[in-house]
Design a binder for this molecule. Structure first.
Ligand code: 1HE
Length: 261
């Protein structure tokens, strides 16, 4: 597939997918969405972790409002488009390979929906989070009612949409919209370093973490505990982990310390 709006590069076991529509603040049109889906669905062989990054001062301004205006979509056409966003973000969230996002500037509307489908979010100073759909007279359609509401609670998402409130990076960190805050211009470097570290976990462990936890949180207690046991049985009995346990017994592993990662 020809890439017009995204770039895919590999550094060791880490594949970096970059949004490349800086002139419109990385707003997502139909073609770009397909490129994103393709990048995460068919990663280069050997990919053990992704980084999702964006060119320019802003991570992503959400839906391409110009394309939306010009296409004058019918309800069914818009519903079908939303399903495309849901499918793409499901691939990112559940393919089994962790995704680390490097965030800067605006992470707004569909851009926040995109970020919420990643597993670890590193934001740099100056990042801000908002759902301006209310002000535009539209509604979220890329999964925010599920993913963003779960992170910040439905009540806060309702307030965020009605009021048009935007949260700065520190507030985003407090609310869980991002997991780590770094200095201006540092998000990509930090995201790559963390991705390289995550890539060293056994793939089965990473698979269980990124495919299991969110699904189990949708289940009843009984079903969740059963599913957790099944996943743990598959992961903990993997012969590869014996080497890691032996390294722990012989004190060759890095010590856990307060505040370390
Ligand atoms: C766009 C878009 C866009 C910018 N679609 N073209 N999302 C929003 O409502 C966010 C709309 N964007 C903004 O609020 C601002 O652009 C930013 C805060 C992100 C950046 O501000 P700034 O001052 O750096 O840039 P700008 O001057 O506003 O925009 C630069 C250009 O990008 C300009 O085009 P130009 O031809 O005048 O240069 C803008 O029109 C263009 N641009 N954002 C199209 N979103 C599945 S449903 C999901 C629901 C949604 O995501 S709704 C969208 C919510």
């Amino acid at each position: 597939m020809t890439q017009k709006y995204t770039a895919v590069e590999t550094e060791g076991a880490v594949t970096i997918v970059t949004l490349m529509r800086e002139n419109v603040r990385n707003a997502v049109n139909e073609e770009m969405l397909l490129e994103i889906e393709n990048a995460f669905r068919s990663p280069p062989k050997g990919t053990k972790c992704f980084v999702l990054a964006a060119q320019g001062a802003h991570f992503c301004a959400g839906l391409d409002l110009r394309e939306h205006y010009d296409k004058d979509r019918s309800p069914i056409e818009f519903m079908t488009m939303c399903q495309g966003w849901h499918r793409t973000f499901d691939v990112m969230q559940f393919s089994g390979i962790p995704v680390v996002a490097a965030l800067q500037g605006a992470v707004v509307g569909g851009g926040l929906e995109l970020a919420a489908a990643t597993h670890v979010r590193i934001a740099e100073e100056g990042t801000f989070f908002a759902l301006p759909e209310g002000q535009r007279g539209i509604f979220t359609g890329g999964g925010a009612t599920v993913r963003v509401a779960r992170i910040i609670t439905p009540a806060r998402m309702i307030d965020m949409m009605l009021s048009g409130r935007s949260y700065d990076a520190q507030r985003g960190l407090d609310l869980g919209l991002c997991h780590e805050l770094v200095g201006a211009g540092q998000a990509l470097t930090r995201a790559k370093a963390l991705a390289a570290q995550i890539a060293q976990n056994p793939p089965t462990t990473n698979f269980a973490i990124v495919t299991g936890i969110s699904r189990i949180s949708d289940m009843s207690t009984t079903d969740g505990l059963f599913a957790e046991g099944l996943l743990a049985a598959a992961v903990q009995t993997n012969p590869d982990i014996r080497d890691r346990l032996e390294a722990f017994f012989s004190k060759k592993t890095k010590r856990l310390e307060p505040g370390s990662n």
